[in-house]
Design a protein around this ligand. Structure first.
Ligand code: SAM
Ligand code: SF4
Length: 447
């Protein structure tokens, strides 16, 4: 590769989970420290960071088509943009990317992106570099302090996973489960709040496994961290995601009943309603133990909105086993959900299991599942009509005077009136749609 001029503008494109959104923000902060600014909307950037996702095949394939498109657009404009591939595809397929995509000059894994600025200096000199080291927690100390925040901010508190569900690449791409230290998290949360955050979502591949030591040297779990963050008078809302049913303890259940700032929303993936499939997935819970756990959460917080993840067509899944998944949906009545067709991931045990399900069977099952999930989401939204609730205003709507925000149950709410981004307003929910609700501001609406 030839020497190039240092980039003046960047674009970070994040795919996949919210942890990638968080990592993307942190990489943008690193680039800003080097004096590189975000490329204006609609303009090509001198440096593009593709922050990738490896969870399903489709997500991984997108990376190669994006690289081709960026390189071609650069060629047509007589430029050669620098391309960095970050995230889980970088971790899993670093060498392959370097061999397959000569336009890429940097490949950096999710635990090594604090070294992106140094890699960039080398890329400008014409060198290509790969860094997929996994030094646990090392990057956080080297990232710049948080100076900017949207009203709703993400905070990664835990990374990696030791659960080894048989379909999942996360334990291989994100590494072993590690918790960030309590004091560091309290500090980062304070900075986010000082920068304008009203809501913080605590993130982790398995956030309920977080544990740390508070400033008095006592062991605390997720509930203890939530309680500490809730003490900040300028922080109004706390959420967390994603949890594993096996790690939900009594403290976090109680926290939903006793900490008003902990929002009434729980994302608790079940994946399947069949105990045989759950065992083959190595999920360590049954359909019944999952339902019992939800009952305890609902007893602590009766208005809790529930959300889940589902996989259809896991190897060997029969029609009857798939119907068990529909049964669990009928029982729980989720307010929101994410559902996927099983995608074999290289190196995972399920990829070589017998009984891989035909794509057309998966398609048909996914459609039936999604119809049931849509039905329940609509019913949940309709049942909210008439309620007056707090809405955190996150952005302007398409029409002048229109605003968009989130209810405590994570529903998108839009209204017209006098508001500002970051306001917490009281709004009456008037009309339900599949993905959002229309609302009206209440008198003296600032909450
Ligand atoms: N740690 C979380 C948990 O225990 O459920 C979720 C992490 S994963 C990033 C998000 C979701 O992707 C999973 O809950 C699962 O539904 C889905 N997923 C993971 N691997 C998959 C695969 N090989 N095929 C299809 N969906 C998959
Ligand atoms: Fe993947 Fe979640 Fe299972 Fe961990 S617990 S292996 S992240 S699905």
């Amino acid at each position: 590769m030839k020497q190039t001029t240092p980039p003046k503008t960047y674009r970070v494109k994040s795919f996949g989970c919210q942890m990638n959104v968080y990592d993307g923000e942190r990489m943008a902060e690193l680039l800003a420290e080097k004096g590189i600014t975000p490329a204006p909307e609609g303009e090509d950037a001198d440096l593009v960071v593709l922050n990738t996702c490896h969870i399903r095949e489709k997500a991984a394939e997108k990376v190669y088509s994006d690289i081709g498109r960026i390189a071609k657009a650069g060629e047509e404009a007589g430029k050669k943009p620098l391309i960095a591939v970050a995230g889980c595809v970088a971790q899993a397929e670093g060498e392959e990317i370097m061999a397959r995509a000569p336009a890429v000059s940097m490949v950096v894994g999710p635990q090594a992106y604090h070294r992106l600025p140094a890699m960039l200096d080398r890329a400008v000199k014409g060198e290509r570099a790969t860094d997929t080291d996994m030094p646990a927690n090392a990057k956080f100390a080297e990232l710049p302090q948080r100076r900017k925040s949207a009203p709703s901010a993400f905070l990664t508190i835990q990374e990696g996973c030791d659960k080894f569900c048989t379909y999942c690449v996360v334990p291989y791409t994100r590494g072993a489960e590690i918790s960030r230290p309590f004091v560091e998290l309290v500090e980062e949360a304070k900075r986010l709040v000082a920068a304008g955050a009203k809501e913080i979502t605590l993130l982790g591949q398995n956030v309920s496994a977080w544990s740390g030591e508070n400033e008095r040297g006592h062991r605390v779990g997720l509930a203890g961290l939530v309680a500490e963050l809730a003490k900040d008078p300028d922080l109004a809302r706390i959420r967390y995601t994603t949890s594993h049913p096996a790690d939900m303890d009594e403290d976090i259940i109680e926290a939903h009943g006793s900490i008003a700032k902990l929002m009434p929303y729980l994302h608790l993936p079940v994946q399947s309603g069949s105990d045989r499939v759950l065992k083959a997935m190595n999920r360590s819970h049954t359909a019944e133990s999952y339902l019992k756990l939800l009952e305890r959460f609902r007893a602590a917080r009766p208005d809790l909105a529930l959300s889940g993840d589902f996989i259809v067509g896991f190897p060997g899944e029969t029609e009857a086993e798939f119907e068990d998944t529909l049964k669990i949906v009928d029982e729980v009545r989720y307010a929101a959900a994410f559902s996927f067709k099983y995608s074999p991931r290289p190196g995972t045990p399920a990829a070589t299991m017998d009984g891989q399900v035909a794509p057309e069977v998966m398609d048909e099952r996914l459609q039936r599942l999604q119809a049931a999930l849509r039905r329940d989401q609509m019913a949940f939204n309709e049942a909210s009509v008439g309620k007056t609730c707090q809405v955190l205003v996150e952005r302007r709507g398409k029409k002048p005077g229109q605003w968009l925000g989130k209810s405590p149950w994570l529903q998108s709410v839009w209204f017209e009136g006098d508001a500002l981004i970051g306001d917490l307003v009281q709004a009456e929910l008037l009309e339900a749609g599949q993905n959002s609700l229309a609302a009206r501001l209440r008198e003296g609406a600032l909450a």
